[in-house]
Design a binder for this molecule. Structure first.
Ligand code: FES
Length: 132
């Protein structure tokens, strides 16, 4: 089987509504992943393009988070309404959607401003991975 051209990991991690880092699947129904699967099927992109459920992708402050490999594209605050655009523009045309892109400086960066500011105000470790 050839490698996927686009392997889309959709965070479906669930946490309590009051968790400090938020929850990428507050309805606990994987509806975002289902929307990706439906859009992939609509465009007949399978089996080269696949959307999988993922646990926490460590981009919680930008959740719901989606990562597209092998390109390493990190999208944040993704809604179901964004899915047709992601498939049409990023997957099919290879265009990055700047409005969804998580800044490189914030990806896997415990010293990013938003993480540091939260840690300072909550007297917690700056590395959020200590509390995921
Ligand atoms: S809970 Fe979704 S990225 Fe962490």
């Amino acid at each position: 089987m050839p490698a996927f051209t686009h392997h889309i990991f959709v965070c479906g991690n669930q946490r309590s509504p009051d968790h400090r880092r938020g929850c990428c699947d507050p309805l606990a129904d994987q509806s975002l992943r289902a929307a990706f699967k439906a859009e992939i099927a609509k465009h007949r992109l399978g089996p080269d393009v696949r959307a999988n459920h993922a646990g926490c992708l460590e981009q919680c402050e930008y959740g719901p988070a989606v990562i597209i490999y092998p390109h390493g594209i990190h999208y944040g605050n993704v809604t179901i309404d964004d899915v047709p655009r992601i498939i049409a523009e990023t997957v099919i045309k290879g265009r990055i959607l700047e409005d969804l892109l998580i800044p490189d400086d914030f990806v896997n960066n415990a010293t990013a401003d938003h993480v540091r500011q939260w840690a300072e105000t909550h007297d917690r470790p700056a590395d959020p991975r200590h509390d995921s």
